[in-house]
Design a protein around this ligand. Sequence first.
Ligand code: MG
Length: 258
Amino acid sequence: MVRRRHPAVSVPVKGEHEQALMRRAGRVVALALEKIAGMMRPGLTTAELDRAADATIRGMGATPAFLGYNGFPATACISINQEVVHGIPGPRALVEGDVVGVDLGAIVEGWYADAAYTFAVGTVTPAAARLMETGRAALAAGIAAARAGNTVRDIGAAVQRVAESHGYAVVRDLCGHGIGRRLHEEPKVPNYVTGGGNTVLRPGMTLAIEPMLNAGRPDVRMAGDGWTYVTADGQLSVHYEHTVVVTPDEPEILTSLR
Ligand code: MG
């Protein structure tokens, strides 16, 4: 008998109708992030950003995907500077030079989309700007690798190559995921090469690809609020994410405005 250390996982494939609903959810997510992009300024609180995201999602007849998920208390995860992901919005006011990761999801007729973007508040340091630029490039490389016939491992390899070639680390304790009927489905989509990741991509698979890049070490730890992941070394972190569908050709990004 052959023993598999990494048994093949069952990954759902979405049909045209299901993809269309996820496209609608993706558009809601993109519009909410665009709304937030236009608000970034010193003095604004993260609770105000969260309210705007919530109003945008509900205003389009969709449902926030994160609110209440495992008990999460808000519509958006807002993670500033050394915070990696899952920051809780509140009275904290943005400061010039902050690097603000906003992650949110929407549900349309039971179908999910999920995306994140890291915004600059005013002018950030050159080091922060480089990290952000590399984070966007890493996401683009990961998406480009999400082609039918490739494996999940190819996505992580592409992300890792971009990050590490610029001297940054990818977070290893958190990863991307399949998405569709649920926020988190199979397969897991790590941002680095692991022993697994041998799932072959097929048209109709829908993935949330989400590199998290740290300026320093890859290690993260949980903050005292029980939600927020922060870098263990206190250095900056950025997070970019899109929901994509694998096609016979280029992957289609469901969470961008076109
Ligand atoms: Mg996600």
